[in-house]
Ligand binder design. Structure first.
Ligand code: HEC
Length: 96
């Protein structure tokens, strides 16, 4: 991620923290872009041997990585990012 993107998204992210409550895939996108996309490009989610085969497994991966990175996301952060990554890459059926 380049510096400019980081500097413009970080304040938005902080603002997001103070004003959002409900599940919000856009916020998930922001969190993902800030914390997750620098290691793996999109390719990790498309690779033939991809590991997440269900929405639950995908959520487990999200939790695994945010724990690994020490981000201390709450449930709604995890849901937002799971939804974002799912809609963007995996497209598993979501429960309503
Ligand atoms: C330090 C680098 C790094 C960061 C930061 C990182 N990941 Fe990953 N991620 C990886 C690697 C490496 C793998 C492949 C692991 C494997 O194959 O066992 C992976 C795999 C995954 C997968 C599984 C892909 C599949 O096969 O279906 C998901 C989902 C994922 N990461 C989500 C996240 C999320 C969400 C974040 C941010 C909270 C994140 N990652 C941050 C390195 C990273």
């Amino acid at each position: 991620m380049n510096k400019k993107i980081f500097c413009t998204t970080l304040p938005l992210l902080l603002l997001g923290w103070t004003i959002t409550a409900a599940a919000d895939p856009q916020r998930g996108e922001m969190l993902y872009e800030n914390h997750c996309s620098e290691c793996h490009g999109e390719a990790v989610h498309f690779r033939e041997t991809r590991k997440a085969e269900t929405l639950d497994e995908l959520r487990t991966w999200v939790i695994r990585w945010e724990t690994e990175l020490g981000l201390e996301w709450n449930n709604s952060d995890v849901e937002d990012v799971t939804k974002h990554v799912n809609r963007r890459f995996y497209r598993f059926a979501e429960s309503p």
